[in-house]
Design a protein around this ligand. Sequence first.
Ligand code: PGA
Length: 252
Amino acid sequence: MRQKIAAGNWKMNLTLDEGLQLARYISNELDIYSDTQVILAAPYVYLKSLSDLTFPIRNLHIAAQNCHAKESGAYTGEIAIPMLKSINIEYVVIGHSERRAYFNESNAILKEKVDALIEQDMNIIFCCGEPLEVRKAEGHFDYVTEQLEASLCHLSPKQFKQVIIAYEPIWAIGTGETASPDQAQEMHAHIRSLIGEKLGREVAESTSILYGGSVKPANAQELFSMNDVDGGLVGGASLSGSSFLSIINAFS
Ligand code: PGA
């Protein structure tokens, strides 16, 4: 059985008080007996407070939105994986299209981060997805294949257990335009078959693949009902407690 996951990506939003209030709301309202795993990806400076707050709740986890691949050293302004581990963070989002676009994170840099995270026993939420012009030219399958092959497919089946994939078509992020359930399903099935080819069927069947890009309460249920869509990575709609909660509860 693959894990059902609702992950919220707060990006560079909310103050500490607002973030804590939101996390408190989610932790109070969440069905702790549910199989759905909930992850909140928050700014670095709030991670410790959030992990202290949510620590006792078995299906609520806190994620960093990035990390540096090196263990320590002269990298002013960066955050290393052992620092995250020292405050009980177990999940890290990497390869978000905003990091790729605005901070020049290449497939090669992401491969280094993947390797460092695997080595340190962290769970990875690895983002991939094509820009609009690639989709229009019908190059989206090849584009995503290349992202995964370049940064992720070298892992062993055992290492791959630490990986969650988030497919986020760039044209759907923050635009209000969502991939249709069929478009999402088609790409997720493609990704699963690629994993099957590279790492074997068992790994493919057990890897959670999330959809991201304007997931909202109104479309979550239909998206999550698709065979290969195991949940969502949610930006804007995760900043409101009630919206995010209805997305969490959208798994049928
Ligand atoms: P969005 O963002 O839900 O606001 O489109 C998704 C993401 O970037 O993870």
